[in-house]
Design a protein around this ligand. Structure first.
Ligand code: MEV
Length: 443
């Protein structure tokens, strides 16, 4: 039986101590793994300290490619968009979509709403009807007690925009919710929202305890937390052109046929959850990459997007297509809760540069940018699927990745690309090709 590798006090070890314990207990070649992990430390000690501050028990950094998709025309402004993604072809697809639409008017976006949501859940066995009658007084107390927490946000144009008392006791005995809506301006607002909700929780207990009508019936606060489902923090991104202006495509596909095949592909993703999941995954290839590059929370954005995709009760495509009266229109409404101040956005050295590269956007402008990249990504993926198939582009990048693994030179890469142009090679075929080339050249 394998010996259990358990340690107490791991977090208290120094960084070197942590690596040492890890490499000695989990690797066959501790010394070289140690060297490798240390080699990824930032050479500037201060920078490394900043990175270490983001998380716990850090032993090294995990590098990811930082790429740029240029030539995005969004609402009449051009952007070079930073993307952090480990999957080949994603940046290329985003850029290809951007180039295609650059010549056809670009992406148009509209921020439909920016409302964030938080909830206080509590258990209570008092008279809910009486509490409901008192709700105005309750809400006033909640807001008054939390005033210090949102005065600054109000000065920036945000704050608390709605409070609702919701009865969930028909679903779970004694459970009620205070649902709160917020405007958090350019910040994502998680800390702001959670602090206010915790204050609301305390004030709710005090309000009920201090009110004679509810004597001896103190509520129990179950939890106070923002909701990552923000269907009213939403942006629409759209592209459109005359069908005849779509041009021609590989395999002799003309614009009419392309529009029809593309539209059918989107319809399939609207009705079939298996296809919808992959279709939406393509959208999030683009969205997550920009969310990450700008220091935002990609788990929150993903969770929200998928819930939104299932809002009808069935998981469906996030994007829609319409081909009517000679017009091709492709669009997506997507909830995106992101910030351009606070959190990692100013702390992470590269996230800071990403925002600078984007021209220091407001949170709303960033919503527009991210939605446009998601739509571009989706357009390129579906375009490939309904014309050439996806493997052609993918295999090209995959081939290059395999060649890198064999430390191929520029010349070897270029010869391999020519040789495998219309083939889908396996890793061993690529190795054989490189070995043969090196043998022929006596390298
Ligand atoms: C691959 O990462 C994404 C795609 O599968 C998306 C799609 O099928 O629409 C190509």
């Amino acid at each position: 039986m394998e010996e259990k590798k358990i340690i107490s006090g791991f977090s208290k070890l120094s960084k070197t101590g942590k690596i040492k314990w890890i490499v000695e207990n989990f690797f066959k070649d501790p010394e070289s793994v140690m060297k490798e992990l240390v080699s990824y430390w930032h050479k500037d000690h201060e920078q490394q300290k900043i990175l270490d501050g983001f998380s716990e028990n850090t032993i090294s950094n995990f590098p990811m490619p930082y790429g740029i998709a240029p030539n995005f025309l969004i609402d009449g402004k051009t952007y070079a968009i930073p993307m952090v993604i480990e999957e080949s072809s994603v940046v290329a697809a985003a850029a290809a979509g951007a180039k295609f639409w650059m010549d056809r008017g670009g992406f148009k976006t509209k921020v439909i709403g920016t409302t964030k949501v938080g909830q206080v859940h509590f258990q209570w066995f008092g008279d809910f009807e009486k509490l409901k009658k008192e709700e105005i007084n309750l809400f006033n107390k909640l807001k008054n007690d939390a005033l210090d927490l949102y005065t600054n946000m109000e000065k920036r144009g945000g704050g608390i925009t709605g409070i609702e008392l919701i009865d969930l006791s028909h679903e779970i005995k004694g459970i009620y919710q205070i649902k709160v809506e917020f405007e958090t301006c350019d910040s994502m607002g998680a800390n702001f929202i959670n602090s206010i909700l915790e204050s609301f929780g305390n004030s709710l207990v005090a309000f009920i305890e201090e009110n004679d009508q509810f004597k001896n019936k103190a509520p129990e606060i179950i939890m106070c937390i923002l909701s990552n489902y923000t269907p009213d923090c939403i942006v629409r991104a759209e592209v459109s052109c005359k069908i005849k202006d779509l041009g021609t495509f590989a395999n002799d596909i003309d614009s009419e046929e392309f529009a029809s095949r593309f539209n059918t592909a989107v319809e399939i993703a609207q009705v079939d959850p298996y296809r919808a999941t992959t279709h939406n995954k393509g959208i999030f290839n683009g969205i997550d990459a920009v969310v990450l590059a700008t220091g935002n929370d990609f788990r929150a954005v993903e969770a929200c997007g998928h819930t939104y995709a299932a809002r009808s009760g069935q998981y469906r495509s996030l994007s829609s297509c319409d081909i009517k009266n000679g017009q091709f229109k492709f669009w997506m409404d997507i909830p995106l809760s992101v910030g351009t101040i606070g959190g990692l956005t100013k702390l992470h050295p590269i996230a800071k540069r990403s925002l600078e590269l984007l021209g220091h956007p407001s949170a709303s402008e960033l919503m527009s940018i991210i939605a446009a990249v998601g739509l571009s990504q989706n357009f390129s993926a579906v375009r490939s699927l309904v014309t050439t198939g996806i493997q052609k582009g993918h295999m090209k990048m995959h081939l290059i990745n395999m060649l890198y693994q064999f430390n191929a030179t520029e010349k070897e890469i270029s010869e391999a690309e020519n040789y495998f142009m219309d083939k889908t090679p396996s890793s061993s075929e690529v190795r054989n090709f490189i070995e043969k080339m090196r043998k022929d050249l006596n390298v």
